[in-house]
Design a protein around this ligand. Structure first.
Ligand SMILES: [Zn+2]
Ligand SMILES: [Zn+2]
Length: 357
């Protein structure tokens, strides 16, 4: 197989030849047809996450080994089944096109066995800890990690494996709520617009979006936000409450920095939930008596589970989820695609395509 791999952090991806994996046990070998280029690939390529205050989290220290074919928004065709793969039970056979769930775990713990691989303590995510979709082939550990995209555009379906389930899983953590109860989204970038689309697909009618950029607030309104709030200045919590007609039950913070977490927390009412998704960084000081008196919940959300990926695909198949704009790039131009993303020249998603000319 060939891969367009990180050989050295921060240096151009290199085309390398690797032995094509032989699926063992329950594994399934998939030939990659599409792979989204995600922002987190830039961090993996650089080799660290910026924790703010001059602190960095090194990915090498966390077990990321080079060379690595990145890419975790993968769609491909099943080419070979391992000898113990319960393929029929999961409706998978050679030749099928499938979304590959990338956030795989050890396969043995309580979390993995309850279909919540994203909560495993020993994750071996595809495109992070083992080769992913920036290569011609990828190995799924088990057929249950393969999701049928049905009639969906495979390029769009690929993006559901990361950006899609990240917002879907966060929204599920504040649901169920009555359709007219305000849900506040902080951040109207790619994730924010996806979140608006998912909420609308779930028939939610009261979506308040906060962003510091007027252009992004306009984009949020165009996507279907009910109201937008300027995220600049000191009174953001007050403005959110004014827009909502009072303190709110649910905030999903897709930025998750010191300033946004503070106003998001400040806008909550009794029983309120703040779900933290973004990786902007910083810290939040909690007034402890209020946590108790108002019975508040502050919790994080990390990607999503295979079950949530299947639910999201179902929502999209019902025709309720508007497609995000995607641009196709030949897979062998993975490095150029990554650099376009780095330069901020991308609207929507770049998707690598194996058979593109
Ligand atoms: Zn991603
Ligand atoms: Zn596990």
């Amino acid at each position: 197989m060939r891969a367009w791999a990180v050989v050295e952090n921060g240096q151009p991806l290199r085309e390398i030849e690797l032995p094509t994996p032989e699926p063992k046990g329950t594994e399934v070998l998939v030939e990659v047809t599409h792979c989204g280029v995600c922002h987190s690939d830039l961090h993996i390529w650089e080799g660290y996450y910026d924790l703010g205050g001059g602190q960095k989290m090194s990915l090498k220290d966390r077990g990321v080994k080079l060379p690595l074919a990145m890419g975790h928004e993968i769609v491909g065709r099943v080419v070979k089944l391992g000898p113990d793969a319960p393929a029929a039970a999961h409706g998978v056979k050679v030749g099928d096109l499938r979304i590959v769930y990338p956030w795989v775990g050890c396969g043995k713990c309580e979390a993995c066995l309850s279909d919540e691989d994203n909560m495993c303590l020993n994750q071996v995510s595809l495109g992070v800890y083992q080769n992913g979709g920036y290569g011609t082939h990828v190995v799924a550990p088990h057929p249950r990690h393969l999701v049928d995209p049905g009639s969906l555009d495979p390029a769009i379906a690929a993006t559901y494996a990361c950006s899609g389930i990240t917002v879907y899983s966060a929204i599920r953590k504040v649901m169920p709520l009555p359709p007219d109860e305000a849900i506040v989204l902080v951040g109207a970038g790619g994730l924010g617009l996806n979140a608006i689309a998912v909420l609308r697909a779930m028939n939610h009618r009261n979506i308040i979006v906060v962003d510091i950029s007027e252009e992004k607030r306009k984009a949020a309104l165009a996507e279907g936000a009910t109201q937008v709030v300027d995220g600049n200045g000191a009174d953001v919590a007050k403005r959110i409450m004014a827009a909502a007609g009072g303190p709110v039950l649910a905030v999903v913070d897709l930025v998750n920095g010191t300033a946004t977490a503070r106003f998001a927390f400040g806008a909550l009412r009794k029983g309120g939930r703040l779900v933290q998704v973004g990786l902007f960084g910083g810290e939040l000081m909690l007034p402890l008596p209020l946590m108790a008196i108002r019975a508040l919940t502050v919790r994080g959300s990390y990607v999503g589970s295979p079950k949530e990926l299947r639910e999201l695909v179902k929502l999209a198949q019902d025709g309720k989820l508007p497609a995000i704009p995607v641009t196709m790039v030949p897979q062998r131009e993975a490095d150029a695609a990554l650099m376009r993303l780095r330069a901020g020249q991308v609207t929507g998603r770049l998707v690598l395509r194996a058979d593109a000319a």
